[in-house]
Design a protein around this ligand. Sequence first.
Ligand code: PLP
Length: 398
Amino acid sequence: MTFEGTAQVQTGQEWIERYQGALMNTFGPPQRVLVRGEGPYVWDVDGNRYLDLLGGIAVNALGHAHPAILDAVTTQLTTLGHVSNFFTTTPQIELAEKLLELIGAEGKVFFTSSGTEANEAAFKATRRTGRTTIVAAEGSFHGRTMGSLALTSKEAYREPFEPLPGDVRWVPYGDTAALEAAVDGTVAAVLLEPIQGEAGVIDPPDDYLAAARRIATERGALLWLDEVQTGIGRTGEWFAHVPSGVTPDLVTVAKGLGGGIPIGACIALGESGTLLQPGNHGTTFGGNPVATATALAVITTIEADGLLENSRAVGERIRAGLSDHPLVADTTGRGLLVGIVLNREVSADVQKAALAAGLIINNPTPDRLRLAPPLILTAEQADGAVKTLRALLDEAGS
Ligand SMILES: Cc1ncc(COP(=O)(O)O)c(C=O)c1O
């Protein structure tokens, strides 16, 4: 093919046809073909600009093309791009230490390249307790690999792949009495999201995590919190469990940690840090120097630029701007993980209309919208988005 041939201008629709010819149909047809991003904005191949209020589903914590990420990636890549796990690198060690410092407890870290792999590592660690039962919550999402899928509640995701690893006991999310009844001396771990993300941004009662901690400790089980979506500043805290005051045994993170460079981590606190021993687990890419150097840059930038405070302030501003709309029954989540509960099942229509109006949002359930924008979103950008969303809700409600 000539250079002129490859450079020929193609429309988004033409690219989507090529996508459908070459990629597995696991996600359904893509909504747009995106070619560029800067700050909280992305552009499609047809030249349209969008305010990205989803941030790659809670991933682009610093927005798009942030100088700190560009610098970390290029500096590390030109210095040392990859080593085998027969060796270590300084950013890997520094990031592990930093995560433990942020979580405020002693422990050990295992790096991965995604959220589901972080959960696989934690799942394998729980097996080393000598117990096999996991208590997990209805509505949970923990990933798509076979182990994480076994712990994910949605029947439509699980059923085509059964038999999955067994011994999973399901409890309604947020129900302390159900946890009391389900967790006995055979349970290896209680696995919870501090706020359920994929289920549509579901908040548990304020005392739920503390109750889960007490119950797990009483019965000799581990408390495992999946912070893949909620961690690393998303909710206005480094970890969403911070306000509960609990110290979990296992915490899994990914998504926002690398700001778009794939990385995850299984953080095992206290004695849990020794559950996985030499030969028990491994990965080629986990802990890669480019990914870990980038994650350090993400964390440093969140600290230096006050993005935890920004996440809290801008998140509250969005909730306050939408909560009195007649179509809005409730707003949920914390910081910049925002759920908008509608009193009619029109979220798909609102999502589509938002995209046409230049806003990327998500509709996790028929009556819920989710926003997870970059933590750099300004009050002015949020106000503009709220104004557009209110107009779209007016239309959907009429
Ligand atoms: C809470 C939670 N856990 C795990 C995952 C899986 O992460 P990944 O898609 O990086 O494998 C997700 C992804 O949405 C998630 O929200």
